[in-house]
Each structure stands twice: as C-alpha cells, then as structure tokens.
Write a protein that binds this ligand. Structure first.
Ligand code: AHG
Ligand code: MN
Ligand code: MN
Length: 333
C-alpha cells in the first residue's frame, strides 16, 4: 500500500466537503496533532508521575484521573490555537468552553469530546481511547452557544476516535466512509493503514458488562442467553469480549464483527454512556462502516440532545446483531 499521511488524505478528501474552504481539514489536522501528544503522555504514563487520581471529580461524579485532565487540556489547547473551532463540550468540563477571539474569526465548528475513554484502565496498562464529534455551528461567525452542541447525530460533519493500544490509531469519518490511520512514532505521522473500513455483515462477539445482569431487562437477559446458545446464527455460542474501554471494544467489533451493549438498568435506566461524545460519534462511524447504533428502540443519530452530558443506552455493531437484540427487547420487554 502506498504511504499516505493523514494530512495528505484529509487534503485529498477535501473536495467531498460541502464547505470546502479547508477549515474542517485544518480542524482534523489539529485533532491529529493533539492525538500524537496524548499518545506520548499515555506511553510515558508509567514513568512520569501522571498515573492515579487527581483527587477531583467531574460532573459525572467520577474520580478524575490525571491523564483524563491532561488529555482534556491538550485537546482544548490544540483546538483553541487552531482557530477553526469556536467551542468544546467535554466529558471533563461541567459546561462547554467558548473560544471568544477578539476581532478574529470564531470558526464555524464546535467539538464534543471524551478526551480519555476507559479511564479505569489507565493504571493497569490496558488500551484506552479518545472519542470526538464535530458539528457546524448553527450561525456563522459568533461565539459558541449551547445549541451548537445540542444537535442530533444526523447533523455531524465528522466523528472519530483515537485508540491508544498496542499501536495508536486514529479512525474517522466525514460522511464519506471510514478510514483508519496508524501512528508511526519513528516519524511522528499517522499513516493510512485501514482504508474504507466496513464492519463484517455477521459477527460472533458480544461485549457487555454481565456484572449488571441483575438490573437488566427481560429482553436483555433473553438476548444474552441467545448469544450463549447454539440457536444463534453462528450455531455456537458467541465469544464474550469486554475490555472496559468502549473505544477498544468498539474497534475490535468494527474489525471482526460483533455487538457492544451498554443497556439501561433498573438503577440507571439511561445506562452510563453519554450521547454527545460517546454514543453519537461512534454511531456515525458505525453507520458509515455499514453497521447500526440504537438506544434499544431509536437510532442513536436521530436522538435530539437536550443536555450536554445526557446518557443513553447503546447497542452498536453490525446491523444484523443490533436488529436481533432489539427484537428480543421488543418481544420480552
Ligand atoms: P470513561 O472512561 O470515558 O468514563 O468511559 C468509560 C465507559 C466505557 O469506555 C466503558 O465501556 C464503560 O465505561 C465501562 O463501564 P463499566 O465499568 O460500568 O462496565
Ligand atoms: Mn468514555
Ligand atoms: Mn472519559
């Protein structure tokens, strides 16, 4: 395969952007730069004093890890400096941040971000990720307002994730298919390694935290039994794979076929994952790769957000498995 850097690829794709002034391209460049810096921090986490807790909690009530905050700061600094983005909504910030720029263009885009996904895995050296989504602002050339962020996934202009695993990958879509880039640390470049990613039609992997079964619906329990039985479409029990990092579980299922489910439970009817910076961006990517993402009833991309950190259940993976899971939910309640 010829060597194509992510910047060359973004530039080549630019003709497909409806607003091809190059602003979205440079915003994607900014995300790639920040991803390289977070890669460096993640890979030296064990050495420098950046493991462990900050001693603070975020709006979700979750203990913030040092790397959560470092990654958050790095992406926000890159986006602020880049001048194409006029605001960011982050899992790690109670409210969005608007980059007011005196006398300069505000940029036409806003970014929603989960700067570090899978935080519980940071200190045990298991793959973690970043998830981001990009919307065009509702009006041109003014500071960001909350409504710019509260747009349904159908309005996304781009979405992507970074996986800091055995290698660091950046996977993104601008609505023209999904492409994956692997970082070559020796030259500091993301190189095209997975062109036109498509999720397999069939899958035999299911990913969910079965520790929560006591709170799951009858439909979910019936679907999990289906996954473990010989009556499913593969004629043998599916493989259970659950890492505790959504990005890593999603990426594996995107490559091999499978379904990831974080359902609602009696304790948390809306589940744990956040619509704006986990479910919608991955739903956009999954649909662009031929898969499907729902909340168990509605397509994730059709959900109208009402609150920056709102949660929703997530069923995401190849369409046949998502449809089968929804059939069980519909039949068994
Ligand atoms: P984050 O670290 O950004 O809060 O996300 C963690 C999410 C997701 O990555 C993972 O699949 C899920 O939480 C794991 O939750 P449980 O530990 O409840 O299974
Ligand atoms: Mn997350
Ligand atoms: Mn996170």
């Amino acid at each position: 395969m010829e060597i194509i850097t992510i910047n060359e690829f973004i530039h080549l794709q630019e003709k497909n952007f409806p607003y091809s002034k190059g602003d979205l391209s440079s915003l994607l460049y900014d995300m790639a730069i920040a991803a390289k810096i977070v890669h460096r921090e993640v890979n030296r986490a064990g050495l420098a004093d950046i493991l462990g807790e900050m001693g603070s909690t975020n709006i979700q009530g979750e203990d913030q890890k040092k790397l959560d905050v470092i990654a958050n700061d790095l992406f926000i600094r890159a986006l602020r400096a880049g001048e194409k983005c006029c605001g960011v909504a982050s899992e790690e910030l109670d409210d969005f941040v608007a980059f007011g720029r005196k006398g300069m263009s505000h940029g036409h885009y806003v970014v929603c971000i989960d700067p570090l996904d899978g935080s519980s895995n940071i200190d045990v050296n298991v793959s973690i990720g970043t998830i981001f989504s990009i919307y065009r602002t509702l009006e041109a050339d003014r500071p960001a307002v909350e409504a710019d962020f509260l747009q349904p996934g159908r309005k996304l202009v781009a979405a992507g994730y970074v996986l800091y695993g055995s290698s660091t990958m950046l996977v993104y879509t601008t609505g023209n298919g999904v492409n994956g880039f692997t970082l070559d640390p020796s030259i500091g470049e993301f190189l095209l390694s997975h062109p036109n990613m498509r999720i397999p039609e069939k899958g035999a992997i299911y990913s969910t935290n079965e520790g929560n079964v006591s709170g799951m619906s009858k439909g979910m329990l019936a679907y999990l039994d289906h996954c473990k039985s010989k009556n499913n479409d593969s004629g043998k029990p599916y493989a259970a794979r659950y890492i505790g990092s959504l990005v890593a579980d999603f990426h594996r299922n995107l490559l091999k076929g499978g379904i990831y489910i974080y359902p609602g439970t009696t304790k948390d009817p809306n589940g744990k994952l956040r619509l704006l910076y986990e479910c919608a961006p991955l739903g956009f990517i999954c649909e662009q790769a031929g898969g499907k993402a729902t909340d168990g009833i509605n397509n994730i991309l059709d959900i109208q957000p009402v609150e920056l950190h709102q949660r929703c259940p997530l069923f995401i993976g190849n369409a046949a498995m998502v449809d089968k899971a929804m059939e069980f939910i519909k039949t068994h309640g």
